[in-house]
Design a protein around this ligand. Structure first.
Ligand SMILES: Cc1cc2nc3c(=O)[nH]c(=O)nc-3n(C[C@H](O)[C@H](O)[C@H](O)COP(=O)(O)OP(=O)(O)OC[C@H]3O[C@@H](n4cnc5c(N)ncnc54)[C@H](O)[C@@H]3O)c2cc1C
Length: 545
């Protein structure tokens, strides 16, 4: 039995990780020529990028937990969880970089310098099974409840959303998933009344400007009840909001932001195409200007979530026919449409323009429905071009600004889903008896639940840190938001799957929500930059530039 690790132990381990990561990052910059040659070193870059993300999560968790201790908040179990989570991340970082020390040109000496024998011993003690078992026992005893310390105002936000989500969303979540029903209108109208769509919108445009942490807490609690039926409703409006704030004209901001803040309009994001996914700069859907100044959209889009119910679509389209212009030939449009429920729709405009949509069936993330669309001479008013004349050719950059906000949101969505899995698993292993005792009495169950709790603590810490950083400087914080998305989504996938295993056969039954959490979590590393592309093209580029 090992004694419990302290925050000072965690600091020592973090310092060791930084001693290994820093030369690894320096060498990756040189090898990739400051990011220009990443594609010739993808595996190496991915490895170092992920290690840097683990270091960042460990650092944010440790700094936050130290601050709680200094302010007299938090408790001993939070400190132990922090220290164990840091040890887990540091161990993973070391194992990840070890096979690449030759490619990095830093050799075994770098490993030995960063992790001498006494540090290796500390790492083993801090991540000892007995530590995770203690965390697991505590999680079972408290049924995995989330009591992460917050300031008074944010605590009120979390409590209020939790109450709404538990009373209104949770009772409907299973039905919506199993019948693949559309998000109920009452969810949208009640969320609108409660101001959830305006949390990150400037006050002068009708929002409450409560900041990104309030938005994340809201998203997290809604996703704990249902990722698809409530937790993802704010994401699309948020993506368009950020694009508009960054590059919309004053008239566009005044027209659209108050409607988004009020929940009066729902938004769909139409970037992906059947043949174009990660290579966004190659988008083919065309927008051509008519003689009257209005635009015509022609071409297909894929995976446009909530496109049926949405009142407007943010469509990324090629305005410059010269394909060699790549990203510089793309512009962003606000495209109004009628509302439709169901899994397919067809809308014909008075002038003959058409858009048809058909939802693609998915194992999870049901409730919003993701559509393949086809536009045929679909008319968009001249003022639908985001940024007006100045927005021509800037669509890619505006869309990417929107995605940075979307990724932060998705970090929150992932934490909420992982939280739900932790709670349901803790409940189940306490209630279920095998061999005459609750599953929670078995050491391996305690260990597994303990690691689930520790991983979630780290994912939450990096996500909340990204929210704070986005409040300070959105552009500078974009890589951190991507790191939060990367880590939190992996944690959600792992925690939901571990939770399912802890449920045994019943974890595979639709009747238990853990089976829904598993299929919902699997989409998280795919959208807003599929994981390998997020690692290489967003985080990797930022870290090596
Ligand atoms: C349920 C769901 C909802 C979605 N909602 C929306 C939405 O609302 N709006 C929208 O526009 N899109 C949406 N998407 C689309 C999503 O953003 C894309 O699926 C994602 O960007 C990846 O594109 P792709 O599927 O074409 O994969 P691809 O780009 O074909 O990538 C597939 C795989 O190829 C590999 N790969 C690709 N490029 C590289 C590279 N350069 N280097 C190394 N490996 C590479 C990676 O392993 C990658 O995982 C949604 C998707 C899903 C599943």
């Amino acid at each position: 039995m090992s004694s419990n690790p302290t925050l000072e132990d965690a600091r020592a381990l973090l310092t060791a990780a930084q001693r290994l990561l820093e030369p690894a990052l320096d060498r990756t910059r040189e090898i990739t020529e400051n990011g220009h040659a990443i594609d010739s070193h993808q595996v190496l870059t991915e490895r170092v990028t992920y290690a840097a993300t683990e270091e960042r999560a460990a650092r944010e968790l440790l700094d936050t937990t130290v601050a709680w201790r200094d302010e007299g908040r938090g408790d001993e179990m939070m400190e132990i969880t922090c220290a164990a989570a840091v040890a887990d991340l540091v161990g993973s970082l070391r194992d990840r970089l070890a096979p690449a020390v030759d490619d990095l040109g830093i050799g075994d000496e770098a490993l030995e310098t960063a992790f001498p024998a006494d540090t290796r011993g500390l790492l083993r003690r801090s991540a000892h099974e007995s530590v995770f078992r203690a965390i697991g026992q505590h999680a079972c005893a408290t049924r995995g409840s989330n009591t992460t310390p917050l300031d008074e105002m944010m605590e009120q936000v979390r409590d209020a959303v939790r109450e709404f989500a538990e009373n209104e969303v949770m009772p409907e979540a299973e039905r919506i998933h199993r019948t693949d029903a559309l998000v109920p209108e009452e969810f949208i109208s009640k969320m609108a009344e409660l101001g959830y769509f305006g949390l990150a919108i400037p006050e002068k445009f009708g929002g409450s400007e409560m900041g990104n942490l309030a938005m994340i807490l809201t998203t997290e609690e809604l996703s704990r009840a249902s990722l698809a039926a409530a937790g993802s409703l704010i994401t699309r409006p948020e993506i368009l909001t950020k694009a508009l704030v960054q590059g919309g004209t004053d008239a566009q901001k005044s027209e659209w932001l108050p409607k988004i803040a009020a929940g009066e309009i729902m938004v769909g994001i139409a970037v992906t195409e059947p043949d174009i996914g990660s290579d966004v700069a190659s988008v083919k859907c065309r927008a051509t200007q008519r003689e009257d100044g209005n635009w015509s959209i022609n071409g297909p889009k894929a995976w446009c979530t909530f496109a049926g119910r949405a009142d407007v679509l943010a469509v990324l389209a090629r305005t410059d026919p010269d394909v060699s212009k790549a990203a510089k030939g793309l512009s962003l449009f606000i495209v109004p449409k009628d509302r439709f429920d169901g899994h397919s729709f067809e809308m014909t405009q008075p002038g003959g323009g058409r858009v048809v949509g058909k939802a693609d069936a998915t194992p999870g993330y049901r409730g919003m429905h993701s559509f393949t669309l086809n536009f045929e001479d679909y008319a968009v008013p001249a003022d639908g071009l985001v940024g007006g004349e100045a927005g021509l050719g800037r669509g890619f950059y505006l869309q990417m600004a929107g995605f940075a906000a979307g990724r932060l949101q998705t970090g929150g969505r992932a934490c909420g889903l992982a939280q739900a899995a932790l709670e349901k698993t803790a409940e189940y292993v306490v209630d279920r008896l095998q061999f005459g005792v609750p599953l929670s009495d078995f050491q391996l169950t305690q260990y597994t639940v303990g690691r689930m709790a520790a991983k979630l603590a780290a994912a939450r810490a990096i996500t909340y840190a990204a929210a704070g950083a986005m409040d300070e400087d959105e552009r500078a914080a974009a890589p951190l938001a991507a790191q939060a998305k990367l880590l939190a989504c992996d944690v959600a996938v792992e925690v939901t799957q571990q939770g399912q295993l802890m449920h045994g056969g019943w974890g595979y039954a639709e009747e238990y929500p853990i089976s829904r959490y598993v299929v919902d979590a699997q989409v998280l590393p795919i959208f807003e930059g599929v994981k390998p592309v997020l690692e290489l093209k967003v985080i990797g580029r930022a870290l090596t530039a």
